[in-house]
Ligand binder design. Structure first.
Ligand SMILES: C[S@@+](CC[C@H](N)C(=O)[O-])C[C@H]1O[C@@H](n2cnc3c(N)ncnc32)[C@H](O)[C@@H]1O
Length: 278
């Protein structure tokens, strides 16, 4: 990929993260929306005098915009843990992944998007169970671990290094899946992301998620970050009010992340997209 393309991708990524349209950026910089579109596609570069206001509106530095330094680094709170040799989340797949596989077992040629794949334990399990898997993960060390595990296990997954916030889906999937990652969606971005996941699911396909729920009697986990946002009981089922709910369960689970024993309230859902018959 050319450097212009990479700069364009960074502009698009940062713009979407901050929730701006191409038109809003163009108005701020006094250029046409077509100019912004050309930059993002890598067909042109912004003129030099535009770089300071562009970096400012995108909340970054000119250096970062041009080189990508620090943009893809340290963007996941788990980067440090993923750099270690051992697998932070282990290699055992989750219960939610297992339930999803059971429901889809009779379907041939099934595709799945795993959002926030971490080090790949569920993504590789899905590949092993016959899914064509796209593993979306922001962390560079996480992605290295997914590659390493996928090679060692002999099951291929296609890796998308991207920010889930504003990530534009290009194709529909049979399953859109996430395990413990959608708390990174800011509150104001949730509805449009769930709408997108539902739109990009094939009829008869599933969305399966595990999210963290706020409970007054459970302490916030020691490794909970500023950019993580709790859900409330019932939020997840509401997003899927018009789908068939196959499984929806709230549980209190023990966790030892950060090396300190604590608990989480989690809500898992598996919902199926049904063809409208009226
Ligand atoms: C709690 S971990 C769960 C990992 C994996 N799903 C599992 O269960 O083993 C959440 C994952 O979401 C990733 N993540 C955080 N913010 C993200 C973002 N904006 N875009 C994509 N992935 C993100 C983190 O890097 C991390 O790997």
């Amino acid at each position: 990929m050319s450097n212009d393309n990479k700069i364009g991708q960074r502009i698009a990524l940062l713009r979407k993260q901050r929730g701006y349209t191409q038109e809003q950026i163009s108005l701020t910089l006094n250029v046409t929306p077509q100019a912004v579109s050309k930059w993002e596609k890598g067909n042109a570069l912004p003129d030099t005098p535009l770089l300071p206001p562009l970096a400012k509106v995108l909340g970054t530095s000119i250096d970062c915009l041009l080189t990508g330094d620090s943009l893809m680094e340290k963007v996941s709170p788990y980067d440090g843990d993923y750099k270690k040799e051992e697998y932070y989340w282990g290699l055992q797949h989750s219960l939610l992944a297992e339930q999803t596989v059971k429901i889809m077992q009779d379907k041939a040629n099934k595709s799945l998007l795993d959002i926030g794949s971490g080090e790949g334990r569920d993504a590789i399990y899905f590949a092993k169970c016959g899914f064509q898997v796209d593993a979306l993960e922001i962390s560079t060390p996480g992605i290295k671990k997914i590659r390493q595990y996928s090679q060692a296990a002999g099951y291929e997954v296609s890796i998308l290094q991207a920010d889930m916030i504003g990530y534009e889906l290009a194709v529909a999937y049979d399953v859109i899946y996430s395990h413990g990652s959608l708390q990174f969606l800011p509150l104001e971005q949730r509805q449009n992301h769930f709408d997108k996941y539902k739109r990009y699911t094939n009829i008869g396909g599933l969305n399966a998620h595990l999210i963290f729920v706020e409970k007054p009697f459970i302490k916030v986990a020691p490794d909970w970050e500023k950019n993580e946002f709790f859900y409330l009981s019932g939020d997840l089922a509401k997003y899927y009010y018009d789908w068939e709910i196959l499984w929806c369960e709230e549980q209190i689970v023990d966790c030892n992340s950060a090396g300190i024993p604590h608990q989480h309230a989690v809500n898992s859902i598996i919902a199926r997209k049904i063809e409208r018959t009226f």
